[in-house]
Write a protein that binds this ligand. Structure first.
Ligand SMILES: NC(=O)c1ccc[n+]([C@@H]2O[C@H](COP(=O)([O-])OP(=O)(O)OC[C@H]3O[C@@H](n4cnc5c(N)ncnc54)[C@H](OP(=O)(O)O)[C@@H]3O)[C@@H](O)[C@H]2O)c1
Length: 278
């Protein structure tokens, strides 16, 4: 029995990836936080809901306890670390509580889930698939918290990959560009949300740029590609004999943009970004 645990399977990428894996030979443990979301997974063949909030030690321990006997019997155990949130705003203005919330989910949550399931992954030569972002490769202004969390995911993935290769395990990072999921309705696309955390003074200082960012985010949401493209890549990451260490998911233009961002000098990139905010 091949088991794939997917965190954040209530919607978006996690839901699509979990459904795909359930239809391609895996027994999926679909990680959700709410009973209502669990009920939806009860009806999906080859899937079992698993209540798990990655920010809560007790929740992760309870999830592990619940599925331990299945994991012990499995021939393969894989983990897709997908759960994530996006916090935006100027470095100066986002409250430390919001910075912490961003890291609690995207970084410490990913580590908590990985630590919990890794003994089973190691024992079965399993794979860890970390859903990062193109924001983990290049940073846009006012997306500092989100981008910093995804840069951390990239570094953790590199460390883990080099640590567990010796056991026959693989670590794959998936770096999507804008994908059509509910994440865009959870704050990023709301102008008020971008300003809500800021003092009146900082609203005056950054208001113009945040309005520009808001328009760019709306455009990204409109141009977002279907979630199935990420599900394709997650499936490939678990099934390919030699998966790549990283997969960017998005349009050709996005691939070109990321390649350019890698090699272009900082000052040139700064000037291009500044033009967008003029
Ligand atoms: N959509 C994009 O354009 C895009 C691009 C690049 C990367 N990504 C990454 O893809 C991943 C999934 O995002 P999405 O776009 O599919 O967004 P989404 O539809 O908002 O899904 C996020 C999922 O994470 C779960 N989650 C949030 N906090 C959690 C916690 N503390 N414990 C467990 N689960 C938690 C949510 O559960 P609830 O429903 O209970 O809140 C939901 O299932 C994220 O890591 C995101 O950064 C998305």
């Amino acid at each position: 029995m091949k088991i794939a645990i997917v965190t954040g399977a209530s919607s978006g990428i996690g839901q699509a990836a979990a459904r795909r894996l359930a239809s391609s030979g895996f027994q999926v443990l679909a990680g959700v936080r709410k009973a209502a979301d669990a009920a939806a997974w009860e009806r999906v063949p080859s899937a079992t809901p698993l209540l798990i909030d990655v920010t809560l030690e007790d929740s992760v321990n309870a999830a592990l306890k619940k599925c331990r006997s299945r994991l012990e019997k499995a021939t393969e155990v894989h983990l897709v670390n997908n759960a994530g949130i996006a916090v935006a705003g100027p470095v100066e203005g986002v409250s430390l509580d919001k910075w912490k919330e961003q890291f609690e989910v995207n970084v410490f949550g990913l580590i908590r889930a990985t630590q919990a399931f890794l003994p089973f992954i190691r024992a079965t030569k399993g794979r860890v698939v970390n859903i990062s972002s193109v924001s983990g490769l290049a940073t846009s202004p006012y997306l500092g918290p989100y981008s910093a969390s995804k840069f951390a995911v990239e570094a953790i993935s590199d460390a883990l990959r080099r640590e567990i290769a010796q056991f026959g395990c693989r670590v794959v990072v998936v770096e999507p560009g804008p994908i059509d999921t509910p994440i865009w309705n959870k704050g990023l696309s709301k102008k008020d949300f971008l300003l809500s955390d800021l003092s009146d003074e900082l609203q005056k200082v950054y208001g113009h740029d945040l309005a520009t960012l808001h328009k760019a985010v709306e455009k990204s949401a409109r141009d977002a590609v279907p979630v199935g493209l990420v599900a394709d890549v997650v499936e490939k990451a678990l099934l390919a004999r030699r998966p790549r260490t990283r997969y960017i998911v998005g349009t050709r233009a996005l691939h070109a943009q990321m390649a350019a961002a890698r090699f272009a000098p900082d000052r040139l990139l700064d000037a291009l970004v500044a033009m967008e905010f003029r």
